[in-house]
Design a protein around this ligand. Structure first.
Ligand SMILES: Nc1ncnc2c1ncn2[C@@H]1O[C@H](COP(=O)(O)OP(=O)(O)O)[C@@H](O)[C@H]1O
Ligand SMILES: [Mg+2]
Length: 196
C-alpha cells in the first residue's frame, strides 16, 4: 500500500493491522494528509475551547484523549497506545509507565520552575515523541500537546519553524536534525527551532 511507506524522513511505518485501521477509503498519501489535517483542525478547535487545569492536561488520559480527537475520523486505533514496535520509541510494554513518569516530571518542572515555560514545553514534546506512544501521528500530537501546555500556562504557542513539517523540506530536515541533537542530550537546537 502506497499510503504509509517506510522512509528516511523520520516517519514510522505502520504494521499491516494498523493499516487495516484506516477509516476513510483513500488512495494516496496526499489524500491521507489532507484528511488527517481536517481531523486535526477540529481537534485543535475542541482542545483550545476546552478549559482544563494543568494536571488535567499533563496526564496520560489527556494524552490519549487528544490523540483520539485528532485522528478519530481517520484511524480506528486513534487514542490507543501502539501494540507494535517501531524504529523510533520505547518498547510498547513500557509506554503507559513512561508516560506516567513523564507527566510527573513535567508537573514538577512547572511547580518548581525548573526551566522557563518554552523549555518545559519543548522537553515535554521531545520526551513524548521519544516514547512514541501511538502507531502514527506522534509528531503532530506532541507538537499540539506542547502548544496547549504553553497556552494553558498563559504563554504563546510555539512556531515550529513556521512551515509545514509534514512534507519533506528544509523545515522538516531542521526539525529532525534538532530532534537527533536532543537524542544526544542537546536540547538547545530544538528549543531554537520551536521558536523560529
Ligand atoms: N530521532 C528522533 N528522535 C525523536 N523523535 C523523532 C526522531 N525522528 C522523528 N521523530 C518524531 O517522530 C515523528 C514521526 O512519527 P509519526 O508517528 O509518524 O508522527 P506524524 O505522523 O505526526 O509525523 C516526527 O514528526 C518526529 O516528531
Ligand atoms: Mg506519520
Amino acid at each position: 500500500m502506497s499510503l504509509v511507506t517506510t522512509d528516511s524522513n523520520g516517519n514510522t511505518p505502520l504494521s499491516p493491522e494498523e493499516i487495516q485501521g484506516l477509516i476513510p477509503s483513500l488512495s494516496t498519501k496526499q489524500e491521507l494528509n489532507e484528511w488527517e489535517w481536517e481531523n486535526i483542525l477540529s481537534a485543535r478547535e475542541w482542545a483550545t475551547a476546552t478549559r482544563m487545569t494543568i494536571p488535567e492536561l499533563v496526564s496520560d488520559s489527556y494524552v490519549r484523549k487528544l490523540h483520539f480527537r485528532m485522528f478519530d475520523q481517520t484511524w480506528k486505533w486513534a487514542g490507543q497506545y501502539r501494540k507494535s514496535e517501531k524504529n523510533i520509541g520505547i518498547p510498547c510494554q513500557q509506554i503507559r509507565e513512561s508516560l506516567a513518569v513523564l507527566c510527573g516530571d513535567v508537573l514538577f518542572w512547572i511547580e518548581k520552575q525548573i526551566y522557563p515555560p518554552d523549555e518545559i514545553a519543548v522537553r515535554f514534546h521531545y520526551r513524548l515523541v521519544a516514547i512514541h506512544p501511538f502507531p502514527n501521528g506522534n509528531g503532530r500530537h506532541a507538537r499540539l500537546m506542547a502548544d496547549l501546555l504553553l497556552s494553558n500556562l498563559g504563554h504563546t504557542p510555539l512556531t515550529w519553524g513556521a512551515k509545514d513539517l509534514i512534507k519533506r523540506g528544509e523545515a522538516r530536515t531542521q526539525y529532525l536534525d534538532a530532534l537527533r541533537e536532543a537524542d544526544a542530550g542537546k536540547m538547545q537546537p530544538l528549543l531554537e527551532f520551536a521558536r523560529s
